[in-house]
Write a protein of this length. Structure first.
Length: 278
């Protein structure tokens, strides 16, 4: 039995890989991109099983219209994949106001509005799964990615709440967290002029590692795309799915460190309670 998907950001990276794999196995895909003409080769090969539309996820009105059009054209959509993303690679002082707004508008608000636009349709049909593409940086942090992290930590918190709210309607939600992967995303990161004050800091160290090619990209993008497909096929999908050895280890180390720090301040935390609550 085929599955019908709605995917944002399908011009490249995971969005393109997902679209190719799903069409090849016989599924239907509503593929959106800012330049949908890049999907013309797939449309020529797969015909009506590929529905496409122009979508800029920073345009809320356009999101609602495109989502409604996709459900009307395809009838049922089983999985909604929030994949469109934008990254800023700069220290906290180097990024411009415009870059900050764009990363929040794309990764956080764009994802929120896609979910809000899809939910009435998913509730009406009584089933579906939302797949939110996040990153290891949705639970841990690296220098030069502060605004990217702000958007990803934000969308993960939003999705964790939404998952509880929509479960009674038969709708699931999974946050997938790919690690560093050669999809071309790193090369597409927006940058800003480097401030000399940050050259000999952790931000400068990460910048030099990426520029020299020493920053590892250990994961297979095709295997990550397949893991996303498999989780939608599964009847027991988790809330979060780490994808990559770097994601697993970095997030685990971050959680362990946060828990140790949390526990270290137990006495202070409990000491501020009202005396009659003790």
């Amino acid at each position: 039995m085929s599955t019908t998907w709605f995917i944002t950001g399908t011009s490249s990276g995971f969005g393109r890989l997902l679209t190719e794999r799903l069409l090849a196995r016989g599924d239907r895909v509503a593929a959106t991109a800012r330049r949908p003409e890049v999907l013309d080769d797939l449309r020529a090969q797969y015909g009506e099983r590929l529905w496409s539309a122009r979508l800029d996820v920073t345009d809320t009105e356009q999101i609602h219209q495109v989502v409604a059009d996709a459900f009307k054209a395809l009838g049922t959509i089983d999985a909604v994949v929030n994949n469109a993303g934008y990254g800023v690679f700069a220290s906290v002082e180097e990024a411009t106001d415009e870059q900050i707004r764009r990363v929040v508008d794309t990764n956080l608000l764009g994802s929120i509005h896609v979910i809000r636009a899809a939910l009435p349709h998913l509730r009406a049909q009584g089933h579906g799964r939302i797949v939110q593409v996040s990153t290891a940086g949705g639970q841990t942090a690296y220098p030069n990615f502060s605004y990217y992290h702000a958007s990803k930590w934000g969308i993960e918190g939003f999705c964790e709440t939404v998952a509880r709210e929509i479960a009674p309607f038969g709708i699931g939600l999974t946050i997938v967290e790919p690690g560093a992967t050669p999809t071309g995303f790193a090369g597409a990161l927006d940058t800003a002029p480097v401030m000399p004050e940050y050259v000999n800091t952790p931000a400068g160290e990460v910048r030099r590692a990426i520029a020299s090619g020493d920053f590892p990209l250990p994961n297979d993008p095709h295997r990550i795309a397949q893991a996303m497909i498999d989780l939608v096929d599964s009847a027991d999908a988790p809330l979060r799915l780490p994808l990559g050895s770097d994601t697993f280890e970095d997030v685990r180390a971050s959680l362990v460190a946060r828990l140790a720090e949390h526990d270290a301040h137990r006495d202070i935390a409990l000491g501020v309670a009202h005396r009659d609550a003790e």
